[in-house]
Design a protein around this ligand. Structure first.
Ligand code: FCB
Length: 461
């Protein structure tokens, strides 16, 4: 396999997107906020998971992270300086309802009010996620997502946030990457809450999906003006060889990651082959659940980082695939994003789609106030081009957001993996725009200039 030769960045820079296409940057509450026990915030399952010896690569935690809880105004100025139209962030459930049930924490809710108003003041549209993994620890003590009660607590939480912010945020996503919560958190046990049971994981995935559908219904019933959807981590799965074994395994992996979530949401049923595969570990589903899960959405969010290369034998080694890999060891494969988007458009009646996360970790060096992160810049530029390619083939794409605005707490990898287009010195909390941020800013300026030129050309005004 020959690695592809990507066009130079200048060619990528000249790409033109539709006028209403949304450009943004993304973060999540636990990864940047800090303020872990401030102003009445309750502990989340990630606060607890960080205390488990060996759970986090550098034994770090989210107590301070990027200190965004205190530095949010400066961070909003930073976002504005990039010229993006959108900022994707998440609300910390235990900050606004410390024990997941019972009293609401007004100081926590006020923080997000200020954040949203601060964005609007700067002309940036807020894109809100309700659950980016930081479940209140008090709910985990009662079984967490494996307990059907949590579904109803989530709907209450969605309604409260909807009432406070729904008139001002552009979109509300219920969950971020339910596959990660279910599989990495409850089957592999490498993410919070660190449990290891396939039966538990499938039940968790069902409750996440159910809570998603019920939250959409409840938000709409209360007249929420935001557009509503979910964010899934999806990858095209490809066999390493054409052998029958590799093909069968590829179909299975596609079933676990893509169809297990897409089929219920868009077709109201779990894939039959997966139910057979799971046998006694299939989730308990009550009458009416599947109709709730299939509640129509206004958009679908997708997080894309790499493809899945599937082998029935030895796991495929991305390092030996001949293409560049990131600091996470993930193969760089932008074409996979086009392939994925085309497939979703072909196989499902998808609403407008956003790439809600895309980006890469590399070992950055801050020298004389600059970070020359050429690989990250190239990564982002080529994935933007991959979205452009899908658009030109008729896929309804509404926006693209870079993961991430800031270097931050990268879950089980701690602070060792840097995904930011803005460098954070965690000792001083100093922020420095990396070259990738400067490229993104210039790219967006060119988009704007090209639009103005087109406008002048067509209207003469
Ligand atoms: C995604 C997560 C996000 C970040 C990136 C690298 O799975 O949604 O929080 O960790 O990966």
């Amino acid at each position: 396999m020959n690695p592809p030769k990507y066009p130079p960045l200048s060619a990528r820079t000249a790409l033109q997107f539709p006028k209403d296409f949304v450009w943004g940057v993304a973060t999540s509450s636990f990864q940047i906020e800090g303020g872990a026990i401030e102003d009445g915030k309750g502990p989340s399952i990630w606060d607890e998971f960080c205390r488990v010896p060996g759970a986090i690569a550098d034994a770090s935690d989210g107590d301070i992270a990027c200190d965004h809880y205190h530095r949010w105004e400066g961070d909003l100025d930073l976002i504005a300086s990039l010229g993006v139209g959108a900022y994707r962030f998440s609300v910390s459930w235990p900050r606004v309802r410390p024990s997941g049930a019972g009293a609401w924490n007004s100081k926590g809710l006020d923080f997000y009010e200020r954040l949203v108003d601060g964005l609007l003041l700067r002309g940036i549209k807020p894109y809100l996620t309700l659950n980016h993994w930081d479940l209140p620890a008090a709910l985990q003590a009662k079984g967490g997502w494996a307990n059907r009660d949590t579904v109803h607590r989530f709907v209450e939480y969605a309604c409260q946030v909807g009432q406070r912010l729904g008139d001002r945020v552009a979109t509300i996503s219920t969950h971020n990457e339910p596959w990660v919560i279910a599989t990495l958190g409850h089957e592999a046990g490498v993410f919070a809450p660190g449990l290891k049971s396939r039966a538990l994981a499938t039940q968790v995935s069902h409750h996440l999906l159910l809570s998603h559908g019920l939250a959409l219904q409840a938000l709409r019933a209360q007249g929420c003006a935001s557009r509503l959807g979910i964010v899934l981590n999806l990858s095209p799965m490809q066999p390493v060889t054409d052998s029958a074994e590799d093909l069968a395994k590829t179909r299975l992996e596609d079933g676990k990651v893509v169809r297990w979530y897409m089929d219920p949401i868009f077709m109201g049923r779990y894939p039959q082959d997966m139910l057979e595969h799971l046998g006694a570990d299939a989730p308990r589903v009550e009458a009416g659940d599947m109709q709730h899960i299939a509640t129509p959405m206004d958009f679908l969010g997708i997080n894309y980082y790499t493809r899945g290369m599937i082998s029935a034998g030895e796991p495929w080694d991305a390092q030996r695939g001949g293409r560049e890999t990131t600091d996470m060891g993930w193969e760089i494969y932008p074409e996979g994003l086009t392939e994925l988007l085309l497939r979703l458009h072909r196989d499902y009646a998808v609403p407008p789609m956003y790439v809600k996360e895309n980006g890469a970790a590399f070992k950055d060096a801050l020298v004389d106030g600059r970070v020359h992160d050429t690989q990250r810049t190239q990564y982002i530029a080529n994935h933007i081009a991959a979205v452009g390619e899908a658009l030109s083939q008729g896929v309804p794409m509404a926006g693209y957001m870079v993961w991430s605005l800031l270097d931050n707490f990268e879950w089980a990898s701690g602070y060792e993996k840097r995904f930011g287009i803005v460098h954070v010195d965690f000792a001083t909390q100093r922020r420095t725009l990396k070259d990738s941020a400067l490229w993104y800013r210039d790219f967006l300026q060119r988009q704007k200039a090209a639009r103005t030129q087109r406008h002048v050309a067509t209207t003469g005004a």
